[in-house]
Design a protein around this ligand. Structure first.
Ligand code: AMP
Length: 281
């Protein structure tokens, strides 16, 4: 596995693969890898000839009071995991390599970037769209793999690719969970034993919604009410949002008549966790 730190060497590696006619699959990550990330690598492996990944804790998607500096980083462990999965090259740029100073150009997917996490994390999706556009420009992948775990991110990247006519196929992989239902996240490492138990309320609330939906409930208000009741039983967890939205444009829907996204974000102590569920009538 080649470990590449500069844009130039990464372009070279990717171009060499492209000129051999190989399809390059890219898996962008922020590192602190877990089975969720590895599921994306395996999907990339199944669908591409050359597997590229990136590890970059992107400062522009963190707010001023968020966890950029304490975000878990363990490059040696990550590289060993990626090597074992058969990744061909990994792009590990520095902040200076990715962001020339000053940087004045941003990608904003208007109308979507302000919804869900964008409401409580202003600027977050601008940072995400910008860095993903930059990674696409550096690697020129034929395919790029993202997790359904970040459902709003998926909607925003799909829209960006469509609006900017980017030549990349976006593939979305299912959420990988712990045996008890907690969605895997690099931020789960912040949780102490009690918080780890409390964090299950996100999955419980989503499961309750799924259960009511399967019994025939279609009204968003009733489903959200039932989910919020689950949160009220765990006062240590502060709900940020629980929303039922269109998975493509992220606008709220009052009733579930087609494929619909149920999305939640909550603070467990100071750790912000997200999770979601897709419902198909
Ligand atoms: P991150 O390193 O958190 O930016 O995530 C990198 C990629 O892994 C994103 O496309 C995420 O959606 C995806 N991902 C993170 N957690 C999971 C999970 N539990 N299941 C599936 N994909 C995930």
């Amino acid at each position: 596995m080649k470990v590449l730190r500069t844009i130039e060497e990464t372009r070279k590696a990717s171009r060499a693969a492209g000129s051999r006619g190989a399809r390059v699959g890219l898996v962008p990550t922020m590192g602190a890898l877990h089975e969720g990330h590895l599921s994306l690598i395996r999907a990339a492996k199944a669908q591409s000839d050359v597997i590229a990944a990136s590890i970059f804790v992107n400062p522009t998607q963190f707010g001023p009071n968020e966890d950029f500096t304490r975000y878990p980083r363990d490059l040696d462990r990550d590289l060993a995991l990626l090597e074992r999965e058969g990744v061909d090259f990994i792009f590990v740029p520095s902040v200076e390599e990715m962001y020339p100073q000053p940087s004045n150009t941003w990608v904003t997917v208007e109308g979507l970037s302000e919804r869900l996490c964008g409401k409580s994390r202003p600027g977050h999706f601008r940072g995400v769209a910008t860095v993903v556009a930059k990674l696409f420009n550096v690697v020129s992948p034929h395919l790029a793999f993202f997790g359904q775990k970040d459902a709003a991110q998926v909607a925003i990247i799909r829209r960006m690719v469509r609006d900017l006519n980017l030549q990349v196929q976006i593939e979305v992989c299912p959420i990988v969970r712990e045996p008890d239902g907690l969605a895997l996240s690099s931020r789960n490492a912040y949780l102490d034993a009690q918080q780890r138990k409390d964090a299950l309320v996100l999955f419980r609330a989503l499961s309750r919604v799924q259960e009511l939906f399967e019994k025939g409930e279609r009204g968003s208000a009733a489903l959200i009410g039932a989910a919020k009741a689950e949160f009220q039983r765990i006062p240590a967890v502060r709900l940020d949002y629980f929303e039922i939205v269109d998975p493509d444009d992220l606008t709220t829907v009052s009733a579930i008549n087609q494929r619909t996204l149920v999305a939640v974000a909550a603070f467990v102590g100071s750790t912000r966790l997200i999770d979601n569920l897709l419902l198909e009538p």
